[in-house]
Structures are given as C-alpha cells and as structure tokens.
Design a protein around this ligand. Structure first.
Ligand SMILES: *Cc1c(COP(=O)(O)O)cnc(C)c1O
Length: 371
C-alpha cells in the first residue's frame, strides 16, 4: 500500500498475521485463548486487532482498563471481555451492565460488588486474582482459599474464574515460574476439595503459554505473541509467527551539505565531507527515542539517523543510497527489500523491551490495516 503522498509517518498492521498468530497459539495450547488487547492492542489498534483475533479463534479479550473494555463493546464485540486490573468503584456499574468480567482480590471489593447487585437479577462476573509471587495485584496464595470461600457465598457475584500471573516465565530458568505454578495448583486443589470450581482457570502469558504446557489450564492470556513479537530474548516465538506491525515515513527533503556542516540541534553531528542528508517527518513525539544510533531503511538499505532526534523530524545520512529521492519510503520498523528492522532491534538500542517500543508509537501516527 502506498501512503507516501498522503502521510508523513504511519503504521501498517497486517491483520492476517494477527489472525494466524492467534490460530497458531490456539492449536499449540489446545484450550481457549484470551487475546490481550490492552493499551490499544500494544499500539496496534484494539478494535481491528480484536476482530482479527476473533477470526483466529480467540474466545476472550483481555484489557487493562474499563474504558478499553467499553471501546470493544461499543465496537460490537460480543465475546467475553476481562479487565485484568483495577476498576475504580464508580465504573463497576458499567462493567456489569456491559457483561464485562473483572478481577477481584479483596473483601472490600467483593462487598461493594455484592452490595450493588446482591438484590438484582444481574450478577457481576468476577475472577479471583491469586498472587503466587508477582507481588502486584492479587490475594496472597496463602489467603486465597479463605477469600474464595467468602466470594463463593456472596449474592450478586458470580465466581466465574480464578487466575494468577507469572513474574519470570520469560526467563530460561523456570524455577520461579514453577514455584508460582505449584502454589496456584495447591489453591485449585483446595478449592476442588470444597467443591468450588470456577469455570475459567488461567495463568499463562505468552512466554508461559509457549514453554509451560502444565500452566495452560483451560485458557491462556496472550498478548505479545499475537502481535508476532518475541516474549523475551530467552523465550522466542517459533518461526511460524509473523510480526504484524510496520512503521514507515516519507523522505521529505534530500540535500548535499559541504564538509563541516552541523546537522540538527546542538550540531551534535558534523559532516566530515560533502554528505547527502535526508529529512524524515517522524520524531520523538511519534515515539522514536531521542538517542544516538538509530537507523532506518531507505531503498532496501540501512542508513544512520544523524544528529539529535527532533520532536517531529529526523535527519538521515544517505551517502550509501545515492539514488534516494524525495517521496521515498523510509522504514522505521519492518521490512524493505532484504533488510529488516524489528521492534526487538529498537528495544535493544533503546535499552528497553519490544513491548514498550510498540506501545510507545504515539497516537498521532495513523494506523492502516492490511487484510
Ligand atoms: C499483559 C498481561 C498479559 C499478556 O502478557 P504477554 O506477555 O504480552 O503475553 C497476561 N496477563 C496479564 C495479567 C497481563 O497483565
């Protein structure tokens, strides 16, 4: 697709890649798939991604905020939606009204919910979050049984699921994940002995889904892998997964500068000879990190970004691409010819993880969808 005449910088999302990635996960894990589409589907666009994931076989959608859940409902997504994190009390009503399931982890929340719906026909659908070692949200695994009992006796509250979340499933040493899994299974066993069996049991993020078959239970919660991005350097996706996101821009000026010319703010780069400098309308306000060492692709070749990254623009050194012209496509993430720059490459340069790279592509960069 060609947006070169219409856009400064844009993102292209291959929805068939997302559909296929979900299908692969579903086949691999054998249970149900919750496609995690929080944070605007890791920057990919929540509604189009959710629809693609649906085609690939996802039965649930996971989000972080009630607003994200409502965005899916308002877009006509009728499948199950789960809010993984906190819902401010004032928004519980809209969760229940819209059949959105959510996490609980303490008595006060359960009481609030029960007080609101204890006398009505509709019940709130809740999943008990068990903290088995992440130390984020969740009732401690040691107190989980007690809270589960409390929950199962509360009117107006449907104990629909139980879950935990791994802190270190993306490492090659699985010792910590194994301990968390053992703690979770103990809670499940104790519950079963009391004949309390919530319908949905889930623990695995992408990394665990790939390498801990014992932690799949009857659903996995997968985010990063459905976008075709590796969970970590240690836990990589099989090669059948495809990255869905490309980030591009248009070369908007090309000029020759004489030796000694400073480029950009602070003249941090100075041309050592006569050099060909190009300008691309994408900058740190779009999500390119303001560090030295960035590279982009032009005419199938990797070229360096020179000088400081500006808010809305970057300059690139085009000496090795003598044919480069105004209007050429510039790739920030993605393929061009034989070359590729991945979100993982940028993460390495920026000292972060691929998750943050794609979540950090600003909303002002328009997203376009390819089937
Ligand atoms: C974000 C998140 C996931 C998805 O993790 P990935 O590593 O992207 O697969 C699953 N569960 C919870 C609770 C999350 O917060």
């Amino acid at each position: 697709m060609h947006f070169l005449n219409e856009q400064s910088s844009w993102v292209e999302i291959d929805l068939s890649a997302i559909e296929e990635n979900v299908r692969i996960i579903k086949t691999l894990t054998g249970g149900e798939v919750m496609a995690v589409v929080k944070a605007n589907a890791y920057g990919h666009g929540a509604v189009p991604v959710a629809n693609a994931a649906l085609k690939g076989g996802a039965a649930w959608f996971g989000v972080a905020r009630i607003e994200e859940a409502l965005e899916l409902r308002n877009a006509g997504i009728e499948q199950k939606i789960f809010v993984l994190g906190y819902i401010p009390p004032a928004h519980l009503i809209s969760a229940v009204d819209n059949q959105i399931s959510f996490a609980v982890w303490d008595v006060e929340q359960i009481d609030t919910v029960s007080n609101l719906w204890g006398n009505s026909d509709s019940a709130a659908r809740v999943h008990l979050n068990v903290d088995t070692g992440m130390s984020r949200l969740g009732v401690s695994f040691e107190s989980a049984l007690e809270l589960a009992l409390y929950l199962s006796n509360k009117p107006g509250v449907l104990f629909e699921g139980i879950f935990t979340h791994f802190a270190r499933a993306d490492e090659s040493d699985q010792g910590s994940a194994e301990l968390q899994e053992d703690r979770f299974i103990k809670v499940l066993d104790d519950l079963q002995n009391l004949n309390i069996n919530p319908q949905w049991v889930h623990a695995s993020n992408s990394a665990a889904s790939l390498i801990r078959p014992s932690a799949r239970f009857n659903m996995v919660r997968v985010g990063i892998s459905i976008y075709g991005l590796h969970p970590s350097l240690d836990i990589k996706l099989p090669e059948t997964f495809q990255p869905a996101l490309s980030w591009k821009g248009t070369l908007c000026q090309v000029k020759d500068v004489p030796p000694g010319t400073g480029v950009g703010y602070g003249h941090e780069y100075v041309a050592s000879k006569k050099e060909k400098i190009g300008t691309v309308p994408v900058g740190y306000a779009d999500g390119i990190r303001r560090v030295m060492g960035n590279r982009v692709l032009v005419r199938g070749q990797a070229v360096p970004v020179v000088g400081r990254v500006c808010m809305d623009q970057i300059m690139i050194q085009l000496d090795n691409v003598s044919s480069a012209k105004v209007g050429d496509e510039v790739v920030i993430i993605g393929r061009q010819g034989e070359e590729r720059i991945s979100a993982e490459n940028l993460a390495h340069l920026w000292g972060t993880i691929n998750y943050e790279v794609v979540c950090g592509i600003n909303r002002r960069v328009p997203r376009f969808y390819l089937d």
